[in-house]
Write a protein that binds this ligand. Structure first.
Ligand code: IPE
Ligand code: IPE
Ligand code: MG
Length: 239
């Protein structure tokens, strides 16, 4: 992989349900396969030099799904927290849970705290798992925090109070599964992210698919409001 590597990639991992349905499997089987894809994606991000990976695993709105799917997703998270820490350790991955913890079971909450603590010293890749997360929830909780502290909301103070304040904004936002929408993900932080949509369903999103997204990103010209001519030659798009 050559060219510019995004420092921070955010991913809406969509398409698990359709992956399963096409195989006449229950939707939860698609989520299980999606966890395999995520494990490999974490590994490949580390290999390619990405420094922060933020994934959307369960949205504030996903509670509206059938009860058996919701409980299947909760079990999958609890199991992953119990089993995946050794790999995260081996690969130097620091896990952060991002989302509203109230509403999650005691078992899941305890697993989150343990996995975060166990990986706290790792520095190769920051891995944010957004679970019971919504971009609007994040902005609202940040505003509430400022109000409680009697602080004036500004772009800087709000930015500091957000649940993702420990990382810079995503450079590249990927959504798999064919839909071209944000579905309440990183609303504040994606103000200047490059957006990349692919029809590939999340369980099929492997190394080659990530490499393709990275190559696409490397061809983009990020102007941040400036003109093309103003950009330093090193940042200019290579035709
Ligand atoms: C994304 O896959 C995973 C979660 C929302 C938890 P979906 O379950 O939304 O898959 P599709 O969109 O139904 O195929
Ligand atoms: C977004 O996917 C949430 C996650 C990937 C966790 P959805 O499948 O829930 O999104 P919508 O509802 O189709 O927009
Ligand atoms: Mg979906």
């Amino acid at each position: 992989m050559t060219g510019r590597i995004p420092h921070h990639i955010a991913i809406v991992m969509d398409g698990n349900g359709r992956w399963a349905t096409r195989r006449l499997l229950p939707r939860v089987a698609g989520h299980k396969k999606g966890l395999d894809a995520l494990r490999q994606c974490v590994r490949h991000c580390g290999e390619t030099g990405v420094k922060v990976l933020t994934v959307f695993a369960f949205s504030s709105e996903n509670w509206k799904r059938p009860a058996d799917e919701v409980s299947g997703l909760m079990e999958l998270l609890a199991g992953a927290l119990a089993r995946e820490v050794p790999q995260l350790q081996a690969e130097g991955v620091r896990l952060h849970f991002v989302g509203e913890r109230a509403g999650l079971s005691d078992k899941v909450r305890a697993g989150l705290v343990q996995a975060e603590a166990a990986t706290a010293a790792n520095t190769r890749l920051v891995f944010n798992v957004c679970f019971n997360y919504g971009g609007r929830w994040d902005i609202a909780q940040a505003a509430a925090k400022l109000a409680q502290q009697g602080e004036t909301p500004t772009e800087e103070s709000l930015g500091r109070a957000l649940a993702l304040a420990h990382v810079p904004d995503p450079d590249l936002l990927i959504r798999t599964g064919g839909e071209e929408r944000l579905s309440n993900f990183v609303l504040w932080q994606c103000a200047y992210s490059e957006l990349y949509f692919t029809d590939t369903l999340w369980p099929d999103f492997g190394d080659a698919a990530l490499d393709e997204a990275l190559a696409d990103y490397a061809r983009r010209e990020r102007r941040f409001g400036r003109t093309s001519e103003q950009l330093a030659p090193v940042h200019r798009k290579v035709a």
